[in-house]
Design a protein around this ligand. Structure first.
Ligand code: ADP
Length: 265
């Protein structure tokens, strides 16, 4: 019996390549007249059985600021994941390509959008585990949506999961680096780095430093510096996200409240 999330291949038309991701090529597509992004899952890239078990949960987390998963086609190889399409693509690339052109209002609005998505995930007890600007997408009218939530759990590439070259150390909290302890509070740390990326217009955090050097400076209590475009009250929120102890960091619901009131003033 096929699951409720199984989509009929007949309803799907594949188009041009959008990019290449952790699991394989990402293609543009059309599903029942709607533009979609189709992630093709390269053989051996994903623990597919575990993913299918989790698929029901993934389909149920639904929020206007989360990139929607419509379903998947698992009857053929490679398997496809079908997502809502966002015209302006990856947030990092968007910021880099429009350096100097994105207003303060929009930059703050992007942080508000992400905090809304994350407050929803927090209230659903769903941990993202890989929050970063590269995992956010920008819609045609500049709404930012969070993508790839929880997906690192299904990555088979051990370079990604074992603290070597691909592990996102620069976005990870001390307890994740030391003990692999993920929580909504470790997502909050990553969110602080994401806000830094937004106000740095897509620069790589700790640009010239290796992962080992980053760990060393974090241990010494050092943190990312205030980006030139970042207002002091926003930088204070970032620093709050980077408190050593998870319990000293704010929740997403509080961050959303603080950011939204900055946006109103
Ligand atoms: P992964 O997270 O699996 O490594 P990505 O999500 O980064 O892969 O996808 C690779 C590229 O494909 C992105 O940088 C983006 O340009 C494009 N892309 C992915 N998902 C979408 C989408 N829903 N809408 C539009 N473009 C997308």
């Amino acid at each position: 019996a096929s699951e409720e999330w199984e989509l009929d291949m007949e309803d799907l038309t594949l188009g041009a390549e959008l990019g290449s991701g952790q699991f394989g090529l990402v293609l543009e597509g059309l599903w029942r007249g709607e533009k979609v992004a189709v992630k093709t899952i390269r053989e051996g890239a994903m623990s597919e059985e575990e993913f299918k078990e989790e698929a029901n949960v993934m389909m149920k987390v639904s929020h206007p600021k989360l990139v929607k998963l419509y379903g998947m086609c698992t009857q053929q190889s490679p398997m496809y994941l079908v997502f809502e399409f966002l015209e302006n693509g990856c947030l990092t690339e968007f910021l880099r390509s429009r350096k100097g052109c994105v207003s303060q209002e929009i930059l703050l609005g992007m942080c508000v959008d992400v905090s809304e998505a994350m407050a929803y995930l927090e209230s659903s007890n769903f941990i993202h585990r890989d929050l970063a600007a590269r995992n956010c997408l920008v819609s045609g009218n500049l709404v930012v949506k969070v993508s790839d939530f929880g997906m690192t759990r299904f990555v088979l590439d051990d370079q990604y999961t074992s603290y070597t070259s691909k592990f996102p150390v620069k976005w990870s909290s001390p307890e994740v680096i030391r003990y692999n302890k993920f929580s909504s509070k470790s997502d909050v740390w990553s969110f602080g780095v994401l806000m830094w990326e937004v106000y740095s217009e897509g620069r790589l955090p700790y640009e010239c430093r290796s992962n080992a050097e980053v760990v060393e400076s974090l241990n010494a209590g050092l943190r990312l510096l205030r980006p030139r475009l970042c207002p002091e009250p926003v930088y204070q929120l970032m620093q709050w996200c980077w408190k050593e102890k998870p319990e000293d960091r704010p929740s997403f619901v509080l961050l959303l409240h603080e950011l939204a009131s900055l946006a109103e003033s």
